[in-house]
Design a protein around this ligand. Structure first.
Ligand SMILES: C[S@@+](CC[C@H](N)C(=O)[O-])C[C@H]1O[C@@H](n2cnc3c(N)ncnc32)[C@H](O)[C@@H]1O
Length: 310
């Protein structure tokens, strides 16, 4: 069970999915996640079965392209009461609610079925911790991951765009911060390119996953994990040669002015987790902060943008 609920004897769960066909913003999704947690769910889910922690790092969309949040509850004596409680609260949030039945073993298998070794440019790979290495993968170019409850399998467009950019860089001896490190996948990629990395993560559950992933990778020796956020960790070194941050706009926007004050001259700031609709505002604020755009990639609605300190 990704979020540690004790499996009931029969191994049957009720999946409760709240949809907003007319759209919903992050605050509504977070209120729905709170509703699920108050009812005893240990986690909520993204579109491909990966668990997500509020505050939402992006808006999960279902196949119809509408926002959704999902949680699982054991089918035990408490279920009828929980069902009524979550139905009432989700209705008050304007959600359409669907309830389905899931067998635990199917669910576990489904999660892993989506997560396969991921080839990346330059012969690099992200390989699930439980999979054999692909024959063509050189061990020194592999990131071994068990993302558990943390964001960062490598497959989400925001992560992959950052991975591809980081793996192009020559980072020998460079001091890099991975802000919002999640599973640690970006920190490990930077370390594979030679960087010394501080991986900063405020969520204690994700931090434990991050530390386990650092321990299972030789490159993890070049990475230090730290609990916290930018404000508490930005002064760990005099200046950063690079900062990568794949986090929601609401977290990144207030930091845009401060990032360049801690970047070395010519230092880079690689941001993702930004919806393309924010691009004009991002460009304006970055320019005002003395940041020069040097790279842009878009996949679907998602942007990754790199700036240099002028
Ligand atoms: C989208 S995930 C990115 C994980 C990984 N770096 C990746 O690219 O896949 C964002 C991470 O930022 C963390 N986070 C949320 N708020 C934050 C904040 N204010 N400062 C730093 N990290 C934060 C979340 O806990 C989450 O692990």
């Amino acid at each position: 069970m990704p979020w540690g609920a004790s499996p009931p004897g029969r191994g049957i769960y009720r999946a409760v999915t709240a949809h907003w066909p007319g759209g919903a913003d992050g605050a509504v999704l977070e209120a729905a996640a709170d509703c699920f947690r108050d009812a005893g769910a240990g986690g909520v889910e993204w579109e491909d079965g990966r668990p997500a922690a509020a505050p939402f790092t992006d808006i999960p969309l279902d196949r119809a392209g509408t926002p959704f949040v999902r949680a699982y509850f054991p089918d035990d004596a408490a279920w009828p009461r929980i069902r009524e409680q979550v139905r009432a609260r989700l209705a008050a949030l304007g959600a359409t609610v669907r309830i389905t039945t899931v067998r635990e073993e199917d669910w576990a298998a489904a999660w892993k079925r989506y997560y396969r070794p991921l080839p990346l440019p330059g012969g690099y790979w992200v390989v699930p911790a439980w999979e054999d290495l692909p024959a063509e993968a050189a061990p020194e170019r592999v990131i071994r991951l068990d993302p558990g409850m943390a964001f960062g399998t490598g497959t989400h467009p925001t992560t992959r765009m950052c991975l591809e950019r980081l793996l192009e860089k020559e980072l020998a001896g460079r001091q890099v911060m991975d802000l919002g490190a999640g599973s640690g996948v970006l920190a490990l990629a930077a370390a594979l390119r030679g960087a010394r990395v501080l991986a900063v993560e405020p969520d204690p559950v994700a931090l434990a996953v991050l530390e386990a992933n650092l321990a299972r990778n030789p490159a993890g020796r070049a990475v230090t994990a730290a609990a916290g956020t930018w404000a508490g960790q930005r002064d760990r070194v005099p200046q950063w040669d690079g900062v990568v941050a794949n986090i929601i706009w609401e977290v990144l926007a207030p930091l845009l002015e401060d990032f360049p004050t801690r970047l070395a001259p010519g230092g880079w700031l690689l941001l993702s987790g930004i919806l393309a609709t924010r691009e004009a505002e991002l460009a304006e604020r970055a320019q005002a902060a003395g940041l020069q755009p040097v790279f842009r990639r878009q996949e679907g609605d998602w942007l990754a943008v790199e700036f240099r300190r002028r």
